[in-house]
Design a binder for this molecule. Structure first.
Ligand SMILES: [Zn+2]
Length: 285
């Protein structure tokens, strides 16, 4: 019996899930993201670690595994955020510096040197699948045993009660990535947050996620009939979806709502103007 992380759950063939606040994968020396528990990886061979995207909860102990000799890879567009989580934190505040209170703890962490790009990943144990939308460089991984690790590209139905507006930078990309997940031939689907589910069960979660994204876009479009400021649009969506009120949730919502505004703008359904130095969004009639 080869050694695997001691908390790992066997799914199929060589593929294991290392459960945690963020689920990780382990396939015969290949890691996909990391759980937060470094003791799980003690004495476990790990020569390659692939990071799904540049949010710190997905690479919380990657720097430790890197120090122990693992080669770390990330997508080109997310690699800088893996190396320096402050880039992501500043990104959500238009590159200025927000306070800690304004930043979700999931984005705060220790960076890890990146040794190569997922775009060049060619490995018999797994295939990388671009699933952008949550971040620009977000990737999922399909293992040779038919297990699809989706990272944060898929939110299970149960998570929506806690997170009615899950973080995303581009809802159009999110939906396209969900359709891509639907088309992947696999036996298991493992989201980073939640439980591994059989492929047949995943269908319902994919549908639910797509429905929620479309519903939020329609809600915003409806709200923009008489025009709103950017600030007003953030408040409107946050109230309608019943978001918790705190600084970190507010700043995540700012990015999300801008994602929807950009999407509706790109589809020609709304227009933007500046009046008296205030940005306004208005449905096109
Ligand atoms: Zn994430």
């Amino acid at each position: 019996m080869p050694s695997v992380p001691d908390t790992a759950i066997h799914l199929a063939g060589d593929t294991y899930v290392v459960p945690g606040l963020t689920n990780a994968g382990y396939i015969a020396g290949l890691g996909i993201d990391t759980s937060e528990d470094e003791t799980a990886y003690e004495d476990v061979p790990l020569e390659l670690l692939a990071i799904t995207h540049g949010h710190a909860d997905h690479f919380s102990i990657a720097h430790i595994l890197h120090d122990s000799g693992a080669r770390v890879i990330a997508a080109r567009d997310d690699a800088a955020m893996v190396e320096n989580p402050d880039i992501n934190i500043r990104g959500m505040f238009s590159w200025a510096k927000p306070s800690d209170k304004m930043t979700t703890k999931l984005f705060r962490g220790i960076g890890c040197a990146v040794d190569g790009y997922i775009e060049e990943f060619n490995d018999p144990r797994a295939t990388a699948i671009p699933l952008p939308g949550h971040t620009l460089g977000h990737h999922g991984f399909l293992t040779a045993d038919g297990v699809l690790f989706t990272g944060d590209a898929l939110y299970q139905r149960e998570l929506w009660e806690q997170h009615p507006l899950p973080y995303a930078i581009d809802p159009g990309m999110v939906v396209a990535s969900l359709e891509r997940i639907r088309g992947v031939p696999c036996e298991w689907v493992v989201p980073a947050h939640g439980q591994p589910v059989r492929r047949t069960e995943a269908e319902e979660h994919i549908d639910f996620h797509i429905t929620q994204v479309r519903r939020t876009a329609e809600l915003l479009l409806h709200g923009l009939q008489d025009g709103m400021t950017t600030e007003g649009a953030v408040a409107f969506i946050s109230r309608e979806l019943g978001l918790v009120e705190n600084q970190a949730v507010y700043w995540l919502a700012v990015t999300d709502v801008k994602g929807y505004l950009g999407e509706l703008l790109g589809r020609g359904l709304i227009e933007f103007s500046v009046r008296d130095h205030v940005g306004w969004w208005q449905m096109v009639r």
